[in-house]
Design a protein around this ligand. Structure first.
Ligand code: DER
Length: 228
């Protein structure tokens, strides 16, 4: 479909930034996986070698293992040269909402451990103000999660516990719960991020502020490379 084509376009451009000897972080989601497919074919044809990939989620570890790309972990490589990841919403300052795939705690840890954080998106993710399009996911421990939901509502959100198709709560790789918080357009994301993180029991949120070094956008007209 058109969207997949735009994701592949952005992914191929991002993979061009990978140089031999690099430790490459890989985020989670349907766009990040396109970068893994692209990397795998370059690896097979010998166009790229001497790299090792650090996936951020159990799911992406499995996908990367299937494709036979050398893998490692943050424990072995606490500093990563370049990470490629997706996003759900991107504003003009390259601030992001991430977490549609539920792996944003690990993704943010990986992003903060990376020298360069390359975000790849199709053009549908661009937004004038964060929150216009997506709810902000918040990871909470299960103890007292309803108290967190009440608190997040006082911050102005409509809060929904993320469930699977049979209405069981989704558990993250860490075994925590996710509350999707729809704030609408967020005038001051930095202030909101501080309010969310200031609460015991709230582990992390999907506002990635000042973390993306660059955003590569697959558009119908081609590819745009946005830099901070
Ligand atoms: O969960 C995540 O943070 C993903 O990166 C998500 O934000 C983007 O997923 P997509 O590439 O499948 O749209």
């Amino acid at each position: 479909d058109v969207n997949r084509e735009l994701k592949k376009r952005a992914a191929a451009k991002a993979v061009e930034l990978i140089k031999p000897g690099m430790v490459v972080g890989i985020g989670h989601g349907s766009t990040a996986i396109e970068a893994v497919y692209c990397l795998a074919s370059l690896f097979e044809t010998g166009k790229i070698r001497d790299i090792v990939v650090v996936p951020c989620s159990n799911h992406m570890v499995e996908e990367t293992r299937k494709l036979g790309i050398p893998m490692s972990t943050l424990e072995e490589h606490p500093v990563v040269d370049l990470t490629i990841d997706g996003a759900d919403e991107v504003d003009p300052q390259l601030n992001l909402i991430k977490g549609g795939g539920g792996a944003f705690l690990h993704e943010k840890i990986l992003a903060e451990a990376s020298r360069r954080e390359i975000i790849i998106v199709d053009e549908t993710k661009l937004s004038p103000i964060l929150g216009t399009r997506w709810a902000v996911p918040v990871e909470v421990i299960s103890f007292g999660w309803r108290s967190q939901a009440e608190y997040l509502q006082t911050l102005g959100a409509t809060v929904k516990l993320r469930q699977d198709s049979s209405c069981n709560p989704i558990k993250t790789d860490q075994g925590n719960l996710i509350l999707d918080c729809r704030f609408g357009p967020i005038a001051d994301p930095v202030r909101l991020a501080g309010q969310i993180k200031g609460r015991a029991g709230i582990v992390e949120h999907g506002l990635f502020l000042g973390l993306a070094s660059e955003v590569i956008v697959g558009c119908r007209s081609g590819v745009c490379h946005l830099k901070r």
